[in-house]
Design a protein around this ligand. Sequence first.
Ligand SMILES: [Zn+2]
Length: 93
Amino acid sequence: MDLYCTTPGCGEPWDSYEIQTCLADELGITSAAAVKLFRRKGCAAFPGSRCDVDADATPNLRSMATAELLDLMPDDVDGVAAMLDDFDAIGLL
Ligand SMILES: [Zn+2]
């Protein structure tokens, strides 16, 4: 399941497993630190990646929902991803 880039206006999907394992391993940090980095930097947390949006792009619901849920449930990333998947399935995102 995906988390979405938290940069307002981006919302690029990233697999939560990729964030928690591949990104953490690549940077030599814990999975919790990788998620925290993703929350703060979005796409730019991944070496060589960056958001492909203008600075004044309209914030989208996926990025805002991911940011809010990660703030509310920082220790339950799989729960956040599941909630985002549920929100998407019922048309909220
Ligand atoms: Zn992004």
